[in-house]
Design a protein around this ligand. Sequence first.
Ligand SMILES: [Zn+2]
Length: 103
Amino acid sequence: MMSTENRKHRLRNSKCREDLVIDGAASIKWGFGWTERLKCTRCLYVGKHYKLFNAVTTKGKGRRSAQINIGFQIGVASTSIGNTSSRRIMNASNIIAPTPPSM
Ligand SMILES: [Zn+2]
């Protein structure tokens, strides 16, 4: 992601030498997975979104689940706590908990 976007940035605006940063305002959360894009703080360059997680390979239509979310559900199912309790633990630990539908 970084090298591809840096190359695209240099091709689009060869005079700009500013480094790219993650565009936090455009971050997309999918459970524990994130989709991010890079932007330049000097010029108007904005890259495309990149999924920073692996999606499960399933047949059919619709959005693919992230492997990390499936793994978390398997872990929660093997303990005595459920989704609600695990979300409370994450929130108390200052970790942004996924929304119940994404879990
Ligand atoms: Zn730039």
